[in-house]
Write a new protein. Sequence first.
Length: 173
Amino acid sequence: MSNILIVYSTVHGQTRKICDYMQEKLEAAGETVTLSALQDKPDLSAFDKVFIGASIRHGKHRPELYQYVAANKALLDTKPNGFFSVSLVARKPGKNTPETNMYMQAFLKQSEWQPKELEVFGGNLDYQYYGPMDRNIIRFIMWITKGPTDPHTKVEYTDWAKVDNYVERILSA
């Protein structure tokens, strides 16, 4: 069995929710799993496998994500590893794979680290949860991308079967 670290960067909590789910599934399979927020800058040296999940905020991954993976690239490259991105854009067919998702492709171009296991998950849309500025920005983005704009919309776009598949890939990494 492996000692797995899952590092997450989340804004509204969906990436953390996905990580909690992954931890539950991996531990049920007998793995030891530690979750850590990116801002805690976890030490990777004690873990056999490292996976990082990050959400998109206003069209970008956080700068701290790039700093963290750059600082840890040498160690990441010595272990089974992976990266997954969570965004509302990934709700759309044709933008829901690592090869077709613009945010994943931007990450891969901007990052020195090239993760071994990549995935993209749809996020969560909950207009009532957001503050006024975020609500208006996200509604505008949704209007542009032909998504729901009703301010009472609450919908989770995460494909949990796809998360299960990623868990299986972590187990076999």
